[in-house]
Design a protein around this ligand. Structure first.
Ligand SMILES: [Zn+2]
Length: 292
């Protein structure tokens, strides 16, 4: 029951129930989970709300009817869950879902697909999904779930109603905020010349993979706050460093920088040559590399 989240996720709950009660149901939702621990149950409850008539008129009740029962057992033909098959969500999985929904016989009933870890869409599957989102057929509703909204292509994100869950468990993992600020200053002010400056600033830490993992994660939080600030929505105030970022970048540049941060974090798991990886990071981060 979505009601359970009235206190735990008040913003999401209020907005969703309000829009559903006003019959303003979108055909695509992007739910930014921020790794909220109860995200699966919350999204399942949301799906029930979309699919079960009793839920549709009241956020409470139910969880008892046949439809809700089938959803719990993942046996409702009008509800499809797509999750990564190995590393990626494959194009075939998207096509299969389209095909299944084409042949579903129930008339006029809403049909819902839930894409788990939408950041795992590869180029091909993202393209097929995009076509589907551009030309929604019938009463089909997409729920895309991703830890961070910027991990989804802008073209997909812009077609979705975006909701963000709050994760209060996230704590500041990094105690040396001053050092973090210094790194961002060097990156923003020296741009690609940071290749020469950062090793001097950081000395031994420069080659430490775990160190960079923490730094990049923290930087993502700060650059996301910068975007929020630029869009005049609620943001975490990181003080002067946030001002610096906002004054030096356009929104599109900050989005690009976030993408570079995400791909670099992923590369940390593979790349053994830290020097080369960091050089590449600095070049791409300063806008000098070629991006997808
Ligand atoms: Zn029900």
């Amino acid at each position: 029951m979505l009601e359970v989240y009235k206190d735990k996720q008040p913003l999401f709950y209020d907005e969703i129930t309000h829009s559903i009660q006003n019959k303003k149901i979108s055909h695509a939702y992007l739910i930014e989970t921020n790794d909220y621990s109860e995200k699966d149950d919350l999204i399942l409850s949301f799906a029930k709300m979309l699919l079960c008539e009793k839920h549709l008129f009241s956020s409470q009740n139910c969880g008892k009817c046949n439809i809700c029962h089938l959803i719990d057992k993942n046996a409702l033909s009008d509800f499809i869950i797509i999750e990564p098959d190995g590393m990626w969500i494959k194009k075939e999985q998207i096509l299969e879902m389209k095909e299944k929904f084409k042949t579903t016989s129930l008339q006029n009933n809403p049909r819902v697909y839930w894409i788990k870890q939408a950041d795992k869409l590869n180029k091909q599957s993202a393209n097929s999904l995009l076509k589907f989102l551009e030309e929604p057929e019938g009463n089909i509703i997409a729920i895309l779930e991703v830890a961070n909204r910027y991990q989804v292509l802008e073209t997909i994100r812009s077609r979705c109603q975006v909701y963000s869950l709050v994760n209060q468990q996230i704590q500041r993992k990094f105690s040396d905020f001053e050092l973090l600020v210094k790194i961002i200053q060097v990156l923003e002010e020296k741009e690609n010349m940071a290749i020469a400056y950062l090793p001097i600033t950081l000395e031994n830490d420069y080659h430490n993979k775990d160190f960079w993992n923490t730094i990049f994660t923290e930087m993502i939080d700060i650059y996301e706050s910068a975007i929020r600030k630029m869009q005049n929505v609620v943001y975490t105030d990181y003080g002067d460093i946030l001002h610096l970022i906002v004054s030096k970048n356009r929104i599109s540049q900050v989005i690009l920088k976030l993408q570079v941060l995400f791909s670099t974090i992923q590369n940390l798991n593979y790349n053994l040559n830290m020097n080369m990886m960091l050089d590449q990071f600095i070049i791409e981060f300063s806008g000098g590399g070629c991006h997808e």
